[in-house]
Structure formats: C-alpha cells, structure tokens
Design a protein around this ligand. Structure first.
Ligand code: ADP
Length: 307
C-alpha cells in the first residue's frame, strides 16, 4: 500500500539509480491526514559466493504527524494572535484619523471617541498581558509549584474584588466551604488568576441567572489520593455540548461578538488549563443549554500540605 505512493516510489528510484540513501515526505491522503518521512537506503548484500546481488533497499518510515500538528497549531496561533491585536489597533487608527480630520472641532464626538479608544487600548493591553502570562506558565510547565496555599482565602479575596462587577450585573455571589482549611501546593498568584477567570466568566456570561455559587469541598481522585474541589456554578444560558471540549483552546469562543463586548480575550480558559496542568490539577466543565454552567477545579492535596 505504501509503495503505491508516488513520493515513495520516486525515492526508491533515486536510491536505486544513485546508490545512496534518499529521503522523502508524504501524507496519506485520508482523513485524518497523517504525515510520514521515508528513507530509502541501498543495502549492499553479497551472495554466498561473494557476488553482488540485485540491489536491496531498506525503507524506514517515521510518523511526522505529531510534529506537523504542533507546527500547524503554532501557525494558527500566530495568525489568531495577530488578528486579535489588529482589530483594536484598526479601531484606534480609525479614530485617530477621524479626530485629526472631520471631528477636529467636535468636542462631544471627541469625548466619545476617546472613551472608545481607551477601551480598545485596554483590550490590547489585556491581550498582551494574557499572551505573556501564557508563555510564562508554559515555560514553567514542568516545575511544580510547592508553596502551601489555602484555597478559601484566595476565593474570598477574588470574590470580594469582583463585587463591583457582580453588583453591576445584578448577581449575588455565594461562597460555601468546609470547616477544615483546604491546603494545596501551589502558586498563589496563578491560582488567583484561575478563580478570577472562572468567577468573572460566570458573572459576565451567566449574569442572567442572578446568582453564582462557589463551593469548596474535599474529594478523592481515581487513584485514591485526596483532592480539593472548587466549583463555580452559574445559572445563565449554559453552553451546548459541542463547544465544551473546545472551550480551553486559545481564542475559542462560543460567541465572538459577545466575548469582545464583554472585554474578553478568548485566552482566559486556556490560561486556567495551563495553570491546572502545572499544578497537576484538572478543570472539568459541565453544562446544559438553559441550565447554567459549572466549572470545577480539582487540585491534589499533597500529603505534606494536608499535615
Ligand atoms: P473570554 O475572554 O472570551 O471570556 P475565556 O477563555 O475565558 O475567554 O472563555 C471562552 C468562552 O467560553 C467565552 O467566550 C464564552 O463563550 C464561553 N464561556 C466561558 N464561561 C462561560 C459561562 N460561565 N457561561 C457561558 N459561556 C461561558
């Protein structure tokens, strides 16, 4: 089957004629597409009486698919990031031009345009900030944070900081926690970022439910280890099943216009996922349209931290 592929046949021909190893790349043109590298190397084999036999070739195949996928993701990511940055930049340039030209002497328009420009500039700053955080967290992905961190204090701090937004959206935040403190090994700033993103999303996208419940509890992993759970539940419109597995992809949004309107960058849940990986924790998302959404963070309770 492999030898019917023109690139492979061509490498075999060149190796036979030239007497040296030849390399080629090809893809199986089936979905999902897979990429391979083939090396055709002549193997000198002598017969029993020392005579050269007709040429032998050793063909080795290497699966390049994972490398290609990473390359594709990198290219997509750069294209997406540039596009996201260009949108607010185009708005800024447009307003600058208007302010220099037609709206030069229009005081009312100037005030309005400056407000929009400020919002766009803030969005660009947030994007760059999120992109930098993502790459910083990825760089440290293999270094597990080791400081003991108590979760309820972080959750309360974040919920307090978001009270303004909650009041603005008419949402009440309720926090429930067990009596004994939940302590995990972690990075306080990164975990703060996780809860900020999850609670802010619940307030922004689930505002119509008027209520956000944050529940801390203690549970067990499949392997029997102890874990701390923090569930952020909203009673908003919910998310349909086909979106759930993709929500943590960079720049993935259910509704791009709504996310932009809310000042979103599309990177929040990607950040949460990366921080969870670094903490050897997990993020699970449960939702049904019309029934709100629950984002649950699970973090292992280290034996030393538990003591
Ligand atoms: P954004 O900056 O757009 O908020 P996120 O990565 O935080 O980016 O979220 C990705 C998308 O997931 C959002 O654009 C939104 O469509 C969806 N989403 C996140 N949280 C919720 C929620 N609680 N309810 C409904 N949709 C949500």
């Amino acid at each position: 089957l492999a030898l019917r592929i023109p690139e492979v046949l061509e490498a075999v021909r060149r190796a036979t004629v030239g007497g040296k190893a030849e390399r080629a790349e090809f893809s199986e043109r089936l979905a999902p597409e897979r990429w391979f590298e083939v090396t055709a190397a002549p193997v000198p084999i002598r017969g029993a009486r020392g005579q050269h036999l007709s040429p032998w070739l050793l063909l080795s195949f290497r699966d390049l698919t994972p490398i290609r996928r990473v390359e594709e993701m990198r290219v997509d990511f750069v294209a997406n990031a540039s596009h996201e940055l260009r949108t607010p930049l185009a708005a800024l340039s447009g307003f600058i031009e208007t302010l220099k030209g037609p709206a030069r002497n229009d005081t009312a328009a100037r005030e309005r345009f400056l407000d929009i420009m400020e919002a766009q500039a803030k969005r660009m700053a947030r994007l760059i900030d999120d992109l930098l955080s993502l790459s910083r967290i990825e760089l440290a992905a293999h270094v597990r944070p080791e400081t003991p961190v108590e979760l309820l204090s972080i959750v309360r701090q974040v919920a307090d900081a978001l009270q303004m937004l909650a009041r603005d959206r008419g949402v009440a935040i309720n926090v429930t926690a067990p009596k004994e403190p939940l302590v995990v090994s972690g990075d306080r700033d990164e975990l703060t970022r996780v809860f900020e993103n999850l609670i802010e999303n619940a307030l922004k996208y689930g505002a119509s439910g008027k209520r956000v419940d944050i529940t801390l509890s203690r549970g067990f992993t499949v392997g029997g280890g102890e874990e701390a759970l923090v569930a952020v539940r909203d009673y908003g419109p919910g998310i349909s099943a086909e979106h759930l597995p993709r929500l943590t992809e960079r720049f993935y949004r259910v509704d791009v216009a709504e996310s932009r309107e809310q000042g979103g960058t599309g990177l929040g849940l990607a950040l949460v996922k990366h921080i969870m990986n670094r903490h050897r924790g997990r993020l699970t998302i449960e939702s049904r349209p019309g029934e709100g959404a629950t984002f649950t963070v699970r973090l292992p309770i280290a034996a030393s931290a538990a003591r």
